[in-house]
Write a protein that binds this ligand. Sequence first.
Ligand code: IPE
Ligand code: IPE
Ligand code: MG
Length: 250
Amino acid sequence: MDTPTPDEGVDPVPAALDRTRVPTHVACVMDGNGRWANARGLPRTEGHGAGEVALLDVVNGALEIGVRWLTLYAFSTENWRRPADEVRYLMGFNESLLMRRRDELHQKGVQIRFAGRRDWRVPRRVLRRMDESIELTKRNRTMTMTMAFNYGGRAEIVDAVKALVAEGVSADKVDEKAIRRHLYFPDMPDPDLVIRTSGETRISNFLLWEIAYSELIFPEVLWPDMRRRHLYEAVVEYQQRVRRFGAVHP
Ligand code: IPE
Ligand code: IPE
Ligand code: MG
């Protein structure tokens, strides 16, 4: 099978990027695959396939500059609304991507996780590959790569509230800390930087709780064309922003 390898080392880290102020957590909405394919007269699924090289190049770029947490939106709770053929392709593609790439990610010290609902719609085979990848990489500490898969920000908050209620937590004990403790990954820091490709300027149900104070960047590049240089450009732009968290900047 054709397993494209990203061209490592082509995009140098720009001098403008301050390596001492790299965002701890970068989250990406990998958008624009369908438009990329349409523009080439290809079926939409070809666009998803072409996103694999982009994903690997972004992972390698993130490792290069020392990003500790990388979260990638791969399939939303709303993406089930797409044509059955496309959904089927996406399930199989994510499964085969794990098969093709998990050893190399493991060798690079990447811990693979999945955020989202494990409901009946996700084929058992896919869940099995996910579990194998989690198990294989669970001791890795260089970077945690979380695939948001069958993920919805509202669903995550609903699941957290459900867990609180199931524990019998009383109303006066419900606070932000209590909700955070019941999110999918309580140990995951909030994203510092969210990048959504393809020029769409919306969040589409991604990490709603966690992005309260994230810096948002919307580059025009379509995901299959995304490379580490676009990540570096976004990080440079991020480093020019002033994060106030509601306070007054000195
Ligand atoms: C993002 O690309 C991939 C997924 C949602 C799985 P799209 O498939 O949404 O591409 P566009 O937005 O139609 O171009
Ligand atoms: C968000 O993109 C989901 C993923 C990238 C996985 P969509 O393409 O599904 O979002 P909308 O429908 O344009 O808002
Ligand atoms: Mg889209």
